[in-house]
Design a protein around this ligand. Structure first.
Ligand code: FES
Length: 221
């Protein structure tokens, strides 16, 4: 079963399938709703449900209070509609045109500019064109189903190799793995590009266009 979503004030419409959140469906349709963590923690995707009802999903109370809910607000990264809905949300142009993909990558180089930072350079499959905007990030997809988010550090115009700067956090499973076990030529999997905090290339003052999500800096992982 699918439901229709109308976004106000733009009036754009899209369908949401059973297994999708409002945000997932919007991004699939190229509608740029703002977001950050995509896990109900940061509040970047908060918007208003003007008509209809939603299942709020799993979220952190710090991101959506009872007062928010009483005012009709929901986190669109977690919320699933129960019937057709009309929502109110700001739309962000640009990043929604970037196709989000799940891809393998090969570790081309591991550089250590200082004692607690590693620069990872990742090579994509030869037939893959990976487009992103400055300010976006990728999620590494780990074998246990967890994800680790890191900002892309290279220019979108020079995407032959993706570059990530990973800080070592004592006790962090993933950064510990990167520092102590990961070898060049290893294969990793990731999803991206993600994030609505992007540099607008067409902007005269080249300002960033959205609020800072928690993944601007590498995850404490
Ligand atoms: S709470 Fe939805 S993107 Fe962070």
């Amino acid at each position: 079963m699918s439901f229709q979503v109308t976004v106000q004030p733009s009036g754009r419409q899209f369908q949401v399938n059973d297994e999708e959140t409002l945000l997932q469906a919007a991004l699939r349709e190229g509608i740029g709703l703002p977001y950050g963590c995509r896990s109900g923690a940061c509040g970047s995707c908060k918007g208003k449900v003007l008509e209809g009802r939603v299942d709020y999903g799993d979220y952190q109370a710090s991101a959506l209070s009872e007062e928010d809910k009483a005012q009709g607000k929901a986190l669109f990264c977690c919320a699933r509609p129960i019937g057709d809905v009309v929502i109110e949300a700001r739309e962000v142009s640009g990043f929604a045109d970037m196709q989000i993909k799940k891809l393998p990558c090969r570790v081309e180089a591991i550089e250590r500019p200082n004692h607690d930072v590693v620069v990872l350079k990742l090579k994509l499959p030869a037939n893959e064109k990976f487009e992103f905007m400055a300010g976006q990030y990728i999620d590494f997809l780990l074998k246990d189903g967890k994800r680790r988010s890191f900002s892309l550090a290279n220019s979108p115009h020079d995407a032959a190799l993706l570059e990530l700067h990973i800080r070592h956090y004592p006790g962090g499973n993933f950064s510990g793995f990167v520092f102590n076990e990961l070898k060049e030529r290893s294969i990793l999997r990731f999803e991206g590009p993600l994030g609505a905090f992007v540099l607008r290339e067409d902007s005269e003052n080249r300002s960033f266009s959205w609020q800072v999500p928690r993944v601007l800096h590498p995850s404490r992982a």
